[in-house]
Each structure stands twice: as C-alpha cells, then as structure tokens.
Design a protein around this ligand. Structure first.
Ligand code: SIN
Length: 536
C-alpha cells in the first residue's frame, strides 16, 4: 500500500551524537562526552561565522552586490553571516534551473534518491556538534535545543526514506477488467517545489519538507528566513556532499520580496511555507489563484493547556514551564494559555512561579542556561508591549516581566520568562507572541477550560493535565488541535518528534491536515496518475 505508513520504528536509537540522547523531550543531559563534543563544535562554528555567503543556483555560488548582515541574538557584536540578496532575476534563474532538471530527477530511481538523502542524514549526524554550535550562535538556542534541532533533521530525513522503502516506491498495482489490461496507481511529483522556512528550526524545518519533496521526485528552491539562513546554506552543502545533483536544490536568500516572487512563480508547482498566520493565509489565498497547486502552510499557534483539580500539579507546572519557555517561547507549539480548575488554581500558580523563578536565563552557550535570547529587538518590543498590556488591563505579572540587560547580556535580546494573569479580553490571550510569556486563569470546569482553549483561530497543539482517564478522554474528544498531549512533564504542548508525534495544525495553524514526521506527510508532495495498458 502506498500510503507511506510503516510499523513504528525507533528513531531514537540511531545516530552517533544525539539520537537516543537528545530530543526536545530530553529533560537534562549529563553525559560529559556530549558536552565536550558540543563545546568543540561550538568552537569550530565560532571560528567560521562572519563569512559572506552566496546564493546557490544550479551549483553556481552567486554573490550579489546587495547583501544583508545577520548578527547573533546573543551579542550584536557577533556577525553570524553576510548574505546575498536575491533579485527577481536570481529567483527566476533558480526556478528555471529547478524546472530544467526536474524530469531527470524524477527519472532517477527512487532507491538512488533514498541513498542520497540517507547519506545527507548521516553527514548531518556526524557533523551535529558543529551544526549545533552554529544554531546556538545564529538563533540563540541552548545546547540541548540546538543538538535537538540537528537530531530532528536527521530523524525527518531517515523517517521519510524508511516510509518510501516500506511502500516499495511510488507505484501500486491495481485490479483489472480482464486478462488484457494492467492498471497501476503511480504517485508522481508535482514538479518544482518552493520551500519558505522559518528562523526557529533552521535545520529540522528545512530538512523535513526538503527531504520529502526531493525523495518524491520534486526539485526544490529554498528561501530561508532572513534570520536563520545559515542553517539552510549548511544543509544545502550537506545535501550536495551527499551526492545530490546541483539541479535538484537551489537556495535563494533575501527579503520578503524574494519569497513572494518565488511562491507566486508560474513555474513553481507547489509551496511549503512555515511561519506566521498572516503570511501563510496570504500565500494560501493567492498562490493557487492562477492554477491549482498544493500550498502546504504550517502556521502559528496560541496553544492552550488545561489543568484539572485532579492533576498532579507539580507535573503540570513543570510541563507548562518547559513548553512555555523552551527556545524562549519561539516555537509554534509554545504553551501560551493555561486554564486551571479553580480548586487547583493557586497551588498551580505558585508552583509555576517557583519553577519559572529558578530558570537560568542567559548566554545559551553555557551548559546551565535554559532560556537564551529572543531572536531580535522586535521580539523584545513585543514582549514589552505584552507586559504593558497586562498592567494596563489590571492584570498581574506573577513572575518575570523584565527585559534583562545585566553585564554582557546588554548586547543581546534577553527577557525574563514571564507568567501573567489578565482579563480574558486582553489581546495577549489571542495573539501569538513568540516570546517566553504565558497567561493563566481559573476556570470552573474541564469543559469550560476546553471551550476557552478552542476559542482561537489556531489549532496546532494542546495539553491536558488530569488525574483520571475520563478527563483525558473528554479533552481529546473535544479539543480542536492537531497535536495533543496528556500529563507530559517534558512539555505540555511542545516537543513533537518524527515517527512519534506527527506535527501539523488544524484550523488557522495548518492547511494540509497531515503532520510532518508522520505517515501521511509525503502525500502532499505527489499527485496520483492512474495508468492503464491494454494488450489485445
Ligand atoms: C515547532 O515546530 O514550533 C516545534 C515543534 C514542537 O515543539 O513540537
């Protein structure tokens, strides 16, 4: 059956450095060898930042006259890279090259495509410490989050290879009218695929759509977010060293105009966008205006948790704390709203405030840091506005609430992880903030908590903490979200992993209805052709 399903296998057991050791659910890692490897990788990455990077078009390294400079969110004195700014002509050239090579790539036996993607996964795995070092410098990821991002990229690539192998390729024999006919269902690529990726997971959220698109025979033009472009360039280099032909993958860096031109290009046949709701919906409405084409948008979240009076409150507070503040709240899956049954409310809030107060905020390269910087000063501005909105509405800052500028941190974008309560008509309950900021409020029942949890345009992830199976079942039946968790200390709403939790949103959080790292994801990248041959 060609549905890319397979028997669950462990993606936690492969890999030299990280898999089996680091996922987003890893609570802590005491392995000295792992820390030494990360530190060596970080030193290697530090020695290589600040370079000027070209566009990658058909194997050509194209340096443009116009460039932009990316600085580290840890320290604005650190230049991460100088990136080429793709013009309209550069985007057109990349699409033309991808289009020209696509038939050859599609004609390459799928087993060869699998072999290349597997080699790329092996290279990523071997180079994990240095790649993680780059991610800490570029995005401000703490070491476990940085290692996890690379580890997840490896897991995505291997997962899709496994699915294609288990499906035995892209062809299924169908029934027949009689002896004279043979019939097949053949899954075929759409053609040229545009991938527009976000800053927060420069490896994983590029490796996932890129691997799926390439494995299924599409060629790819990648436009990474301005911040986080280094991850895509490093990945493209890895794919190339793994033997991917130059015509199969192209990278254009630059501003929104380049992304807009690419997504709307006549010769692009499908688009994957990961990022904000506003941009995703704009692309969803406009990309296929001229002709039908798949537009896979993974958008934001305003992810809720509901805590019932029967819950283990320490576990609930830990799970919320980790999901609200991991990666400084800059995950689409971050937990930003918590509804607590009234009898448990005060104790839960006290526990959450205590745990939040204990968090180490600071330079993410340090071993003990959990919360590093937010990505830029715009995010710091959003944080300040949210804190102000709570105060103006007569709410309470329960923990945090300040921008952090102690010592060297003054040169970075650091804010305190923050817990608030505020009237529920305050905008902070509705708008995705992408900073470490969570709002809590009491509710009278599980059902009221679920109603409020569902009262959002989004539907990405959600969590429940409850002491009875009946409550968990009720929550799962009624909650409108693509990824749901019960009683998870490692993260109330975050930390999905390929092969374990397919990651995709409902409602305003996603358009495809199929989660990445899950059995249905690759289906978005192919279209079916029914083939009948008559032999009389
Ligand atoms: C994300 O893509 O924002 C994070 C995935 C996760 O935490 O599950």
């Amino acid at each position: 059956m060609l549905d890319f399903r397979g028997s669950p296998s462990s993606y936690l057991l492969k890999g030299k450095y990280t898999m089996g050791k680091i996922t987003y659910a890893t609570m802590s890692a005491d392995d000295p060898a792992l820390h030494q490897a990360y530190e060596e990788g970080l030193a290697a990455a530090t020695g290589q930042i600040g370079q000027t990077h070209p566009l990658l078009i058909n194997g050509e390294k194209r340096y443009t006259a116009e460039t932009y400079t990316e600085r580290s969110p840890i320290d604005s004195d650190l230049v991460v890279g100088v990136y080429s700014q793709a013009s309209d002509d550069d985007v057109d050239d990349a699409v033309a090259a991808a289009r020209a090579f696509q038939p050859e790539w599609e004609g390459t036996p799928w087993q060869e495509r699998v072999a290349i993607i597997r080699r790329a996964a092996d290279l990523m795995d071997e180079e994990t410490p240095t790649l993680a070092g780059f991610l800490s410098l570029e995005i401000g990821k703490n070491r476990l989050e940085a290692l996890g991002d690379v580890s997840e990229a490896v897991a995505f690539a291997n997962y899709y290879c496994d699915r294609l192998e288990e499906a035995g390729g892209m062809e299924t024999a169908m029934g027949a009218y009689g002896v004279g006919d043979t019939n097949h269902s053949v899954l075929r690529p759409w053609g040229v695929w545009a991938i527009i990726s976000p800053f927060n997971f420069p490896m994983a959220l590029v490796a996932s759509p890129t691997s799926a698109a390439l494995l299924t025979g599409n060629t790819v033009v990648l436009k990474p977010s301005n911040t986080g472009a280094l991850g895509s360039l490093l990945l493209a280099d890895i794919f190339s060293r793994a033997g991917l032909p130059a015509g199969a993958l192209h990278v254009v860096t630059g501003g929104d105009e380049a992304g807009d031109r690419l997504a709307h290009h006549d010769h692009v046949d499908g688009v994957t966008f990961t990022g904000s709701y506003d941009v995703g919906m704009y692309l969803y409405r406009t990309v296929a205006a001229g002709r039908p084409k798949p537009v896979v948008c993974e958008m934001g979240g305003k992810n809720p948790a509901v805590v019932t009076a029967s819950a283990d409150l320490d576990l609930a507070a830990e799970g919320v704390m980790r999901a609200a503040f991991g990666l400084s709240g800059q995950k689409c899956s971050a937990n930003s709203r918590v509804y607590v049954e009234r009898p448990a409310y005060q104790e839960f809030v006290n526990l959450l405030a205590d745990k939040t107060g204990e968090i180490q905020v600071g330079d993410p390269r340090r071993r003990d840091t959990f919360v590093g910087p937010v990505i830029d000063q715009e995010a710091v501005g959003r944080f300040r506005s949210a804190v102000e909105a709570v105060k103006e509405a007569g709410g309470e800052i329960i923990s945090g609430g300040e921008v952090v500028t102690d010592g060297d941190l003054e040169r970075g974008n650091f804010v305190q992880p923050t817990v608030v309560t505020a009237p529920e008509d305050t905008w902070i309950w509705k708008k995705e903030l992408f900073v470490p900021f969570v709002a809590v409020t009491p509710v009278d029942s599980l059902d009221e908590g679920i109603d409020k949890a569902n009262d959002t345009i989004f539907g990405l992830t959600a969590g429940v903490f409850a002491g009875t199976d009946g409550e968990v079942d009720r929550f799962f039946e009624r909650i409108q979200a693509g990824v749901v968790y019960a009683n998870r200390r490692a993260g109330s709403t975050t930390g999905a992993w390929p092969d374990i939790q397919p990651f995709g949103g409902w409602k305003g959080s996603g358009t495809s209805g199929a989660g990445s790292g899950g059995p249905w994801y690759m289906r978005s990248y192919v279209r079916e052709q029914a083939r009948t041959v008559i032999r009389e």
